[in-house]
Write a protein that binds this ligand. Structure first.
Ligand SMILES: [Zn+2]
Length: 438
């Protein structure tokens, strides 16, 4: 290897300068005069530092014999942190040694790069730090000029799967579901968080009952017994599992979902009213458009409506009206919708006052003249009466969890490069500081 000759003579100035730049503290590595060059590596113009690694080993790696001879050099390419946004490599010639006794060879080692690894430790560490931030796997990969497979490997090697203390569960749990990655067994993933801190406790790739039971049953009975409150979605069918797994837990429906059930019911009636407004009649069409445009105003609580501030409404011949005027007009259009709207407002009011007695009284005494489907939507709430009453009484809300779900949405959006659920889970838990760098 004639071109390796130039690495043999160390240049003191260059050597100490490059070591300062690259932060190399290994005196067995040295750099010659022309150590820095621009070269194409893997098709990209890169900055290359060429150096050598040699020392006198005390013994043979294989047999322990102290009589070891220096052999040839073997070069390796080690990718470093990009310098000035340019891919940067250490082209390191490693000394090979030959053992006189066992006739085997081995090569010189340095702390600077792990054996059989082509990434410098500092580069791996930088990737690991970025994995804690809200950056997609793809962006991390392109920032450091590595493949996304490499970032996944760093994720695997730097972070340990969290092993939960099986004697501990948060006292108040929030549970919910979300759509996961394609490799998930179940259609939906499951998320568990602590109702008091809002911190994500864990995410599972399957929300099916038997999987959940298996998951929670791993925790000691003592831990499970301490769980005293669980907040969940209304149409979630977790009641059976949670009763079995958490004998002392009270279940409440997320307050947000109770209100959502009401708003959905009213919205359906609004759309029905719109469809009944004949599209041929221009007067009816005007009302159709009003119902379409002011859906948000219709869903607003009475107490939140504006009764004073006048605004120009384009659909009302640009007249100056208050929100309440708009509602008043819409109420004259459809008698049936009006009766639904009044019930909706009454229920919302009880909900705000946390008056569950009146709330359920109102539901049991719904007028027969109300549209059947509207009644059906509302009466659905009666099925979960006990859990809804708990929601009226206790302060825990999935609000915090919804926030965390948004966090997951963000993570998924910025990282749709996730091929496996395991990596998604790791990154979520890394962000929650549950997974630590090892
Ligand atoms: Zn040997």
């Amino acid at each position: 290897m004639s071109h390796t000759n130039f690495i043999k003579t160390k240049d003191e100035n260059i050597d100490s300068m490059i070591k300062k730049i690259l932060n190399i503290k290994d005196s067995n590595i040295s750099f010659p005069k022309n150590a820095v060059s621009k070269e194409r590596v893997k098709g990209r113009l890169s900055t290359v530092f060429t150096g050598k690694l040699t020392y006198k080993p005390s013994h043979c790696e294989h047999c322990g014999c102290p009589e070891v001879n220096r052999h040839s050099f073997k070069d390796s390419w080690i990718q470093l942190l990009p310098y000035q946004e340019v891919p940067t490599y250490l082209h390191l010639y490693k000394q090979r040694f030959y053992c006189k006794k066992c006739h085997l060879t081995f090569s010189a080692k340095t702390y600077y790069v792990a054996e059989n690894c082509y990434l410098a430790q500092s580069l791996k560490f930088a990737i690991a730090i970025d994995l804690k931030k809200k950056i997609s796997m793809k962006d991390i990969a392109s920032r450091y000029f590595v493949s996304s497979k490499t970032t996944e490997r760093v994720l695997d090697s730097f972070f340990k799967e969290p092993c939960h203390n099986l004697n501990y569960l948060p006292k108040h749990l929030l549970i919910d579901e979300f759509k996961g990655t394609t490799d998930c067994e179940g259609a939906m993933c499951f998320i568990i968080s602590d109702a008091d801190t809002g911190k994500i406790f864990d995410i599972l790739d399957d929300r099916r009952n038997y999987k959940l039971e298996r998951y929670f049953m791993r925790f000691s009975f003592k831990a499970r017994r301490k769980v005293s409150h669980i907040v969940m979605d209304m149409n979630a069918a977790y009641g059976v599992v949670t009763k079995r797994v958490f004998p002392h837990a009270r279940i409440s429906i997320d307050r947000f979902h109770v209100v959502q059930q009401l708003t959905r019911a009213l919205n359906k009636q609004r759309i029905k009213a719109m469809n009944q407004l004949k599209k041929s009649d221009s007067e009816a069409m005007k009302n159709y458009r009003k119902f379409k445009k002011y859906w948000r105003t219709l869903l607003k609580k009475n107490s939140k409506l504006n009764y004073f501030i006048l605004k120009q409404y384009p659909l009302f011949q640009k007249r100056y009206l208050t929100e309440s005027d708009v509602i008043d007009h819409l109420m004259t259009v459809d008698e049936s919708f009006k009766s639904c709207y009044e019930i909706y407002q009454e229920l919302l009011d009880y909900f705000d006052k946390r008056d569950y007695q009146s709330f359920f009284d109102c539901l049991t005494h719904l007028e027969t003249s109300l549209p059947k489907d509207f009644k059906k939507d509302l009466l659905y709430l009666q099925k979960h009466q006990k859990e809804i009453i708990n929601a009226f009484i206790y302060p825990y809300s999935n609000g915090k969890l919804e926030g965390k779900n948004n966090l997951i949405k963000v993570i998924k959006r910025i990282a749709f490069g996730f091929r496996t659920f395991r990596h998604l889970r790791m990154r979520v838990l890394i962000q929650q500081n549950i997974c630590q760098i090892i």
